[in-house]
Write a new protein. Sequence first.
Lengths: 277, 298
Amino acid sequence: MLTTLNPRIFFGCAVLLALVFTAVFAPWLAPHDPLTQDLLYGSLPPAWSVGGEPAYLFGTDTLGRDILSRLIFGAQPALIVAVAGAGLAAIIGVSLGLMAGFRGGWIDSSISRLVDVWMAFPAVLLSIVLVAILGAGLGSVVLAIAIIDWTRFCRVVRAETMQQAQLDYVVSARTIGFTGFQTLTREVLPNLWPLILTLFTLEMGIAIVVEAILSFVGLSVSSDMPTWGSLIRDGRLYVNQIPWLLGLPVLAIAITVLGLNALGDGLREALDPSVRV
Amino acid sequence: MMIGPGATEQDIAQLKALYGFDQSLVMQFWLFLQSALSGDLGTSISLKREVTELIGERLPLTIELSMLAIALAVTLGGLAALLGTYARGSWPERMLDSLIGATIAIPDFLWALAGILLFGIVLAILPAFGLMNGELRFTPATGFYLTEALLTGRFDVLGSMMVHLLMPALSLALPLTAIIARVLKASLIEVMGQEFILLARTRGYSRWRVLLREALRNAAIPALTLTGVQFTFLVGGTVLIEKIFGLPGVGAMAIDAVTNRDLPLIQGVVLTFALIFIVVNLLVDLLNAALNPRLRGA
C-alpha cells in the first residue's frame, strides 16, 4: 500500500516504539530504583557538570532519587493512560457515533445535542472536577479522559457513517437480509477503521498531556508511582535549584506528543487519498 | 476531614446540619438553586469567606489575562498569516508552516513550562512567578490591576505587571495563534485568487497594499468566528496557567478549591466559568451576525 514510507509516519512510529520499549523494559533500563531515597546524594547536578556523580546521569531530586530512573518509569503510567484512556474514549465515541449516523432521527439529534453541550465546556476544568469527584488514581484518570474526550470520536464517526450509509454497498447489505446491527458492524465499521486509527493516535497524545496536568495539580496517582506529571510538579517547585528536573519530563512529553501527532497526520494522509496534495 | 477524631455524634449531626447534608439530595439542590439565583453561593469551607466575594476579587485578573492573551494571539496569528501569504511558494513559507504545525500540536501547559525554563532560568530575562515585583504595593479597588494601574498613572506597577504577565499570556495565546494563522492564511490565499484582486493588481497597487486593503477584509470573517469559538478554551486554560505562574486569579483558586475539597467554592467557580462561556458564545454569535449579512434574520 505504501510505496514510499511517509517520513511523518516513520518519526511517529519511532517515538511510539521508543515509548513502548521504555515502559516495558523500565525495570532493566533504569540504573536505580525510582523510589529509593538517598539524602546524602540530594539535588545532585547531571553527571557531566561540576559536583555530579557518574552513577546519576541526570542527577537526583531533593530527596536523592535518581531523576533518569524516575523519567524511565514514568513511561509506564503514560503508556497505560494513553492506550486505556484513548481506547475507552474510542469505544464510547464510536458506538454512539455509529448509532447517531446510521439511525438518524431523534437518536441522532439527541446525541448531537449532547456532543455540542459537552464540547462547549473546557476540558481542563472538567477533568480536574471529574477526578476530584472520582478520587485520585490511574483508573480515575483513564475514566476522566474517556468521559471528556469520547466526543472527538463521536462527532467524526457520526459524519462519516452518514456518508457511508448513502452508499450502494449498505443498500445491498440490507437487501440480502442483513439487520441494521450486522450492516453496521460487518460492512460500515471496517470502512471506518483508518479514520478511527488516526483519531486514536491523536487522542493518545492528548491523554498523556491530561495525565501530566492532573499529576501536576496533585490529583493523579499516589506519590509512590513516578509519573512525568509528578516530576513536572517537583520540577516547578525547585526550578531554580534543579531546572533539569522540570526540563526532562517536559521534553519527554513534548517529543511523545509531537510524534503521535505526526503519526496521526501521516496516517490520515496515507490512508485517505483525498487529502493528498 | 473537617472534624477531629474525638467528635461526638452530636458534633457530626451539627456539622451536617450546618452544610445541609441532613437534607435529601433533591432538597439540597433546590436550596442551592434558590440561594444561587439570589446571588448567594454560600461560604467557602477552606477560606471561611463568601464565595461571591472571593470570585469578585479574583475574576478581574483572569479577565485581564485572557484579554491580553487574545490580543497577542490575534496580532501574532494575523501577522504570521500575512507573511505566509506574501511569501507564498518560498522557503520562509514552508518554515512558517512547520512552525505553526508544531505550535498547534503542543498544548499551553507545556509552552508555559518550556517558557519558564528558557526565559526564566536559562536566559533569565523574564520573571517566572508572581504578579509584580515584590517591593511594589498596589491593591486595586476594582480588582482590575492593569486597567486601574493605567488610569491612576501607576506606570511602575503597569510595567512590572506587563513583564510578569508576558509569559503566561503568551503561553495561553500560542495554540490559538497557530490556529488563527492557519485559517486566516487559507482564506487569504483563496481570496487572493479572485478576480477583484487581479483587478487591483492591474491598477498597479503593490502586493502588500492589495493584501492589507483588499484581501484581509474579505478573508477575516472565518478566522474571527473561529477566534470566538476558541476563546472559551483560552479562558479554560487560565486555570492551569495561573497555577503554574502563581497568579491570584479565579483559575488558580479553582485548583486550590478542588485540592481542598471545598465544595461551595468549586460550585461557585464552575458556575462562574459556565456563565463566562455562555456570554462569550452569545457575543461571538452577535459579532458574526454583524459581520456577515447573510446570517441576519436567521
